[in-house]
Design a protein around this ligand. Structure first.
Ligand code: C6P
Length: 413
């Protein structure tokens, strides 16, 4: 295991106070905090070699290009992609999924075809498919969750018909923390000839990931949830899948030869990276995966399992709390969504903020799951990361008790 207090010392924001209390940051599923090493990588780029990439022969441009491409290689190694050519830089998971929907899928999904998703998708992995299905006269089939909030694998299998072109599913739910058996699901989808897209926004930051082992066609994730800056993310695509995709944006960098009449496309993955890219943040993402790799993703996962086990135990003390998500920690990440009887999550979030505790409240961009499946307008959600501690879980529980007293839901002690 790693030294938790040394890790915490790397994150400047963790030493700040909020409303006169030490910050307890439990909104990591929304975005993670950044270690000094990532912040310094950004400063270093802007102070020493700020320049455009793939364009200049001068020293700064060569340095920037080298660091930018090195970052791509680091991320490729981090997820065990066969090579960096399989990684397209995008802004975030949402853009990665839309890129597939607007290119690969738009050309392959037609009337009568089927796309399979699950009941727990984030809007980013639901709305693009819902809209594509509408445009193309295709059908969107939704695999159910079991009573335990794990994916009902039998239902998923049942929906995989020979006309299924794509199975697009989350690897970890941002609301329930549910981890899906992505490799098994991908194998099942392949058996009917469907392609596979994995929304790995919540899994790449928290679990060891091997995209070759998962054997998916597409894997989408965001840098900002894994210690990297905002505005940078990745689409991993299997070689054949990328080869088959037409570019989405046309312009500089994505072309090889241009005449007034026509143009030919650049090599992979640059074909999908039109215009000046987000150089600094890509380099920052390289620094982020260096940091995660040095800790070891098995250690990150182990730490979060123990913290989640502890949090779930402490939540049992709160009679008023309905906690969602699987009890089986093999199928659960560090996310605890809950509802307090008679208390609106938004009010709860505000009271917790006065105690320095940052959680997210709302539908978490998974409105159908929260409203139709969990049957509540919103939930409160605490989400953990590699730097969170049991003392912070205690602070959360204490703040919740305070909120209950404040709203007259518990005896004043
Ligand atoms: N979930 C949350 O608070 P972007 O915004 O593109 O980086 O990530 C979208 C996304 C896609 N899939 C899953 C499973 C996600 O959790 C998210 C982002 C954040 O839960 C912000 S809504």
């Amino acid at each position: 295991m790693y030294d938790l207090s040394a890790v915490r010392a790397d994150f400047p924001v963790l030493s700040r106070q909020v409303n006169g209390k030490p910050l307890v940051y439990l909104d990591n599923a929304a975005t993670s905090q950044k270690p000094r090493q990532v912040i310094e990588a950004l400063v270093d780029y802007y102070e020493r070699y700020n320049s455009n990439v793939h364009r200049g022969v001068h020293t700064l441009s060569v340095e920037a290009t080298d660091r930018y491409e090195e970052a791509r290689e680091k991320v490729a190694r981090f997820i065990n992609a066969p090579s960096a050519e399989h990684l397209v830089w995008v802004r975030n998971t949402t853009e990665a999924i839309n890129l597939v929907a607007k290119t690969w899928a738009a050309e392959r999904v037609g009337p009568g075809d089927r796309i399979v998703v699950t009941e727990m998708e984030h809007h980013s992995n639901l709305v693009p498919w819902q809209q594509l299905a509408k445009e193309r006269g295709a059908e969107l089939a939704i695999a159910a969750l079991g009573a335990d909030h794990k994916l009902d694998e039998a239902d998923f299998e049942r929906l995989l018909t020979p006309n299924t072109r794509l199975a697009a599913f989350t690897h970890m739910s941002n609301v329930l923390g549910t981890i899906t058996p992505a490799k098994r699901l991908a194998e099942s989808a392949r058996r009917v000839g469907a392609a596979v897209l994995i929304d790995a926004a919540q899994s790449v930051p928290h679990l060891p990931i091997d995209v070759q082992d998962l054997d998916a066609d597409f894997v989408a994730f965001s840098g900002h949830k894994m210690l990297a800056p905002t505005g940078i993310g990745c689409l991993y695509a299997r070689g054949e899948a990328l080869e088959q995709m037409q570019p989405f944006l046309h312009g500089g960098e994505m072309v090889l030869e241009v005449t007034y009449e026509d143009a030919s496309w650049n090599y992979l993955p640059m074909r999908f990276e039109a215009g000046t890219p987000n150089i600094a943040d890509a380099i920052g993402m390289g620094a982020a995966v260096d940091y995660l790799a040095a800790l070891g993703m098995e250690n990150v996962r182990r730490h979060e399992v123990e913290l989640t086990r502890y949090a779930l135990r402490r939540f049992e003390e709160l009679e008023e709390a309905v906690v969602y998500g699987p009890a089986d920690l093999d199928y659960r990440g560090g996310v605890v969504s809950f509802h307090m009887e008679g208390l609106h999550p938004h009010d709860l979030g505000q009271v917790l903020d006065t105690e320095g505790v940052a959680i997210r409240t709302g539908h978490h961009c998974a409105m159908p799951l929260v409203r139709s499946r969990l049957n509540v307008p919103a939930t409160a959600r605490a989400s953990f990361y590699l730097y969170n501690t049991e003392e912070e879980v205690d602070a959360l529980i204490e703040a919740l008790n305070k909120a209950l007293r404040y709203f007259g839901r518990a005896p004043r002690s």
